[in-house]
Design a binder for this molecule. Structure first.
Ligand SMILES: [Ca+2]
Length: 457
């Protein structure tokens, strides 16, 4: 056997080693392969990455600077969109709050869970997401993840339905659709700020409290895989910034001062949320876990009239695009390459995606309706699922297949090819009877199946 001589640097001197030729060639190959992989933009992600899902409340498609807003300042989200995937065709499953949250945590259409509408503070005090559902938090907890939710729950007021009974190790936030950002009373004047199952008179502006609790959760769990659900209140009403006076104090007789410039305050509220997201991202870098953490940002439904769903029609509560096409960003330092995606995705797809990414086992009894987009995130071969997708709220509903969308509002049907008419301006139902018939049948079948599931809200 021939021995080759080469030199490697020692601390003070060069040492000479004698290495068999074969081993030397293998080593050379390994160095070559390592150099090749170093040259690629993405790294192979870890087996059990941390997951942070940030849900904005009522943030419209056109509300962020990176989605074309000319007024609102969102430098941190813009940075994530620039460095990760900016989704252009991502949709909330619901057009109001509770249904989308049910879809996120169950991986199903909200109609499959009975959460078809808002779990209102007034009329649904005893209603909640069925505790027999196996939530995303539960499968991650079973996979030895630390799990936390900070912010809005809105899937049940009674502590029977508390997040800490459904897979979350901690819950710091509120159960209602919204709370006063300063006093933490909800719209029915129930005090609504919780640390797990106990009410907590914690002082502070809601958005800042959510950020602070997110930061301490990350700090406490940085050494183990974690799942953090940051359910922001921003920019949902009431329109308040840090220095605003409370609009509610628990008394129905309290008369707050009217908000002078709602649009301006709305933009500032988005800015404060963005600032908090910047702090979360900085914390990931500081703890050196950014390359081990997937961050998903998405809104729970379109904006109301105060915000912007530009360039889409309609708003929160409607099945026009503006009600459910939402800003969505995936960011994972060093793993996800910078790109824009036009894939059609929904909130319910997040559950199976995270389950697959983290290797979390989904019990056989669970029938997910969402589809994993893991390969899209990892820049591997990804084939968009061939599927129609549906929305429903009150008596209005919509179905989308490919670029075609049929919707029903106030018992009137409308058909659009979104590739030609994204703003849903001209109803082309009369010119496309075959598409109308197919989509109508799909929608009828879906609605019939879902109507067999009792609605709770
Ligand atoms: Ca909402």
């Amino acid at each position: 056997m021939l021995n080759w001589e080469f030199k490697i640097p020692g601390i003070n001197t060069f040492k000479t080693m004698r290495v068999p030729k074969q081993r030397f060639l293998i080593a050379l190959q390994l160095v070559f392969l390592a150099a090749l992989s170093y040259g690629q933009a993405e790294r192979v992600p870890t087996q059990r990455p941390n997951i942070i899902v940030i849900l904005a409340d009522d943030l419209g498609y056109g509300d962020l600077a990176c989605y074309g807003n000319q007024i609102n300042q969102t430098p941190n989200l813009d940075k994530l969109a620039q460095g990760g995937i900016k989704f252009l065709d991502f949709h909330s499953n619901g057009v109001v709050c509770s249904p989308t949250r049910a879809a996120l945590l169950t991986g199903k259409y909200p109609q499959s869970t009975g959460i078809t509408g808002v779990i209102t503070a007034k009329s649904h005090r005893n209603v909640g997401l069925d505790t027999r559902e196996v939530l995303l938090s539960e499968i991650l907890k079973s996979n030895r993840y630390k799990t936390g939710i900070v912010g809005k729950w809105h899937l049940g007021y009674d502590t029977l339905y508390s997040p800490v009974k459904q897979g979350f190790d901690i819950f710091k936030g509120y159960t209602s659709g919204n709370v006063d950002y300063i006093s933490h009373y909800d719209q029915e004047n129930y005090f609504d700020w919780w640390l797990n199952t106990d009410k907590s008179d914690e002082k502070g502006y809601t958005t800042d409290l959510i950020t602070q609790h997110a930061l301490s959760f990350i700090d406490q769990n940085k050494d183990s895989p974690f799942f953090l659900y940051v359910a922001h209140e921003s920019p949902h009403a009431p329109y308040q910034v840090r220095e605003s006076k409370p609009e509610r104090n628990g008394s129905p007789d309290y008369k707050p001062e009217p908000v002078a410039n709602k649009k301006k305050v709305y933009g500032q509220m988005i800015g404060i949320m963005d600032e908090g997201i910047g702090r979360i991202m900085a914390a990931l870098d500081e703890h050196k876990i950014a390359e081990n953490t997937l961050v998903l940002f998405v809104s729970d439904n379109g904006a109301n009239e105060v915000g912007s769903n530009h360039p889409y029609r309609g708003h929160k509560g409607q099945v026009w695009e503006g009600g459910h096409r939402v800003p969505a960003i995936a960011y994972w330092k060093g793993v996800i390459p910078s790109q824009t995606s036009t894939e059609l995705l929904l909130t319910m797809d997040i559950y199976p995606t995270i389950a697959e990414l983290t290797g979390s086992k989904i019990p056989n009894s669970v029938c997910l309706e969402g589809r994993s987009f893991k390969n899209l995130l990892l820049n591997k071969q990804y084939k968009s699922p061939e599927r129609p997708v549906f929305w429903g709220f009150n008596n209005n509903a919509a179905v989308r297949k490919g670029t075609w969308k049929l919707l029903r509002e106030k018992n009137q049907y409308y058909l659009y090819d979104l590739s030609k008419d994204p703003g849903e301006v001209t109803n082309v139902m009369d010119g496309f009877p075959a598409q109308t018939k197919e989509l109508r049948q799909l929608l009828d079948t879906w609605e019939k199946a879902k109507s067999a599931i009792p609605a709770k809200s």
